[in-house]
Design a protein around this ligand. Structure first.
Ligand code: MN
Length: 293
């Protein structure tokens, strides 16, 4: 009798501990309000530190590329994202994605092609979906840099790409599909076009010819790449000391793949041809444009 009560007494604290730990496990509300939330329950902002990516030769690519991993897949999500910058002439090898891939072009211009299909152009803002298992490649054009964000779901074993042979020069330089620019996009969104926004309410005819002749026709001509067209335009505006027009054209130049270093070098170069005051005025505008995210 005595030994039984001793056993019960020593067993009590253990029983108490078991009950407490069981209740902590079965009462998530109590755990959640206890202290700071666990890391996986808060929104995480990764700042755009954005030095230009290191451009280098890489396995499974031709030419010079800068690959930046933005976000690894974090379970239960299977989505990984990365940003890839291709120098003019650079491209991936042929490859496929077991769960498909979405590309969003953020700067410059490029080409994408699936096996047996025509090479297609892609430009800033274009969204490209490649279905699971489809053999394809993507990269810059011969004359333009390209930056795209790639959104790729991975299998449970972590695999998200199947690499194959390199894209030959003949394949890469084959003519691109001629793309009819859909008329409604150009015509019906009148108020959304660059000059319509800037001056359409005040000088509608000037806005119309600027958008229809300058931007929709001259700027679209393939004889000079968009990047080079931007450089030529920016150089002229610096030489004429036109900071207002330079501001919008530097923004456009940036979108067309002209880097900050190239703009600063252009301004330094032009100080000798267009004059020091023009260069200094341009520098202030360039600083403003490239400080914007
Ligand atoms: Mn791909």
């Amino acid at each position: 009798m005595k030994s039984l009560s001793v056993t019960l007494l020593t067993a009590m604290p253990l029983l108490f501990l078991l009950l407490v730990s069981a209740s902590a496990q079965t009462n998530p509300a109590r755990a959640a309000t206890a202290s700071t939330p666990p890391e996986e329950k808060v929104v995480k902002v990764t700042r755009n530190s954005a030095p230009p990516p290191q451009m280098r030769e890489a396995e499974n690519f031709t030419g010079s590329v800068g690959v930046e991993l933005l976000q690894e897949a974090t379970a239960p999500s299977r989505l990984a994202s990365g940003r890839v910058t291709f120098a003019p002439g650079a491209r991936t090898a042929w490859h496929s994605h077991p769960l498909g891939q979405t590309l969003i072009v953020t700067a410059g211009a490029g080409w994408v092609q699936h096996e047996g299909g025509e090479k297609q152009e892609m430009r800033v803002g274009d969204v490209v979906w490649t279905p699971p298992g489809v053999k394809h490649w993507h990269g810059a054009t011969v004359t333009d840099r390209l930056t795209h964000i790639a959104l790729t779901e991975q299998q449970s074993d972590g695999k998200r790409v199947e690499w194959m042979e390199k894209v030959s020069d003949a394949q890469y330089k084959a003519p691109a599909k001629v793309q009819a620019v859909p008329a409604p996009v150009r015509r019906s969104t009148t108020n959304n076009r660059p000059s319509a926004r800037a001056m359409g309410d005040f000088a509608p005819k000037l806005a119309e010819i600027t958008d229809d002749v300058l931007y929709a026709d001259v700027w679209e001509r393939p004889q000079i790449s968009r990047r080079d067209r931007s450089l030529v335009t920016v150089a002229a505006l610096i030489a004429m000391n036109r900071p207002d027009q330079l501001r919008s054209h530097l923004t456009r130049a940036r979108a067309n793949g002209v880097t900050k270093e190239e703009v600063v070098e252009t301004i330094t170069h032009l100080a000798f041809y267009a004059g020091w005051p023009n260069a200094v005025s341009a520098l202030a505008v360039a600083r403003e444009v490239f400080q914007q995210q």
